[in-house]
Design a protein around this ligand. Structure first.
Ligand code: KIV
Length: 278
């Protein structure tokens, strides 16, 4: 089965078909979400928090991203694969951005890259796009700027701030991005931006009027029930399912119930002389 291209994704917007995107960080999850029929899979630098257990995404390195992108690529048959560019892998210069985007494509086998920032990231986006690498923009709440924003805070809440979000999204589109993630902005602002852009918008905490939606797979699957921001909807409660399964396994091992004959191997001949082997 062919993987969805940037043209297929653009057509979804033209046809008014919502785009479904989710994150994945390894081969097994990639196979599962692909089987679930998502259109785009993002190897997000959110892996710093949900895979590595860090406080924010800032410590994630390009080599770590490439490793996870490679793993996810092997699990996909249909979904378009986007690789996140981690903090400080594109901010220094457009040529640094291009070189590192190239590594995600060449070594990770991504189909496109995503980077955060609006007006200020436009030169980096332009340089990557001019080399023939598709780019996804990301504006609004940009987690790599957590310290500048004073925390993971909703952006665009005043008229002036909303205008800044629109300007950022337009700068990203003008620089050649084929798609823009809108994160953590009020519903009317996301609607205005989605109507103003000709490229698809993908929302997370941005309400229902975007051209698509993205969620972190661990959040939508309920793998950490202690984490529940307002914008997350859980479609499963895997934390409960997994902890329960591991507890039952533990009980059976301790009770001598597992493994039983059905889960063990027999010899071809009856082991009458086995004792003589040692
Ligand atoms: O890193 C990530 O997972 C992201 C999405 C939440 C959009 O950037």
């Amino acid at each position: 089965m062919a993987r969805l291209s940037v043209l297929d994704l653009q057509k979804l917007k033209t046809d008014n078909q919502p785009i479904v995107m989710v994150t994945a960080y390894d081969y097994t999850m990639a196979r599962l979400v692909d089987a679930g029929g998502v259109d785009m899979v993002l190897v997000g630098d959110s892996l710093g928090m949900v895979v590595q257990g860090r406080e924010d995404t800032l410590p994630v390195t390009l080599d770590e991203m490439i490793y996870h992108v490679r793993c996810v690529n092997r699990g996909l048959q249909r979904a378009h694969l986007v690789a996140d560019m981690p903090f400080m892998s594109y901010q220094l210069s457009p040529s640094q951005a291009l070189q590192n985007a190239g590594r995600l494509m060449q070594e990770g086998r991504a189909q496109s890259v995503k980077l955060e920032g609006g007006v200020r990231s436009a030169p980096a986006i332009r340089s990557i796009v001019e080399a023939g690498i598709p780019v996804v923009g990301h504006v609004g709440l940009t987690p790599q700027s957590v310290h500048a924003m004073g925390g993971f805070k909703v952006q665009g809440r005043t008229e002036e701030a909303a205008r800044q979000v629109l300007e950022d999204a337009q700068a990203v589109q003008d620089a050649g991005a084929f798609c823009v993630v809108l994160e953590g902005i009020p519903t009317p602002v996301a609607q205005m931006v989605s109507e103003a852009l000709h490229v698809p918008t993908i929302g997370i905490g941005a309400g229902p009027h975007c051209d698509g939606q993205v969620l972190v797979c661990n959040d939508l699957l309920g793998m950490d029930l202690s984490f529940k921001p307002k914008f997350v909807k859980r479609y499963a409660s895997l934390q409960t399912t997994i902890v329960d399964a591991v507890q039952r396994y533990g009980h059976e091992v301790r009770a001598g119930v597992f493994p039983d004959a059905a889960h063990a191997f027999s010899m071809r001949k009856a082991p009458t002389k086995l004792k003589k082997l040692y």
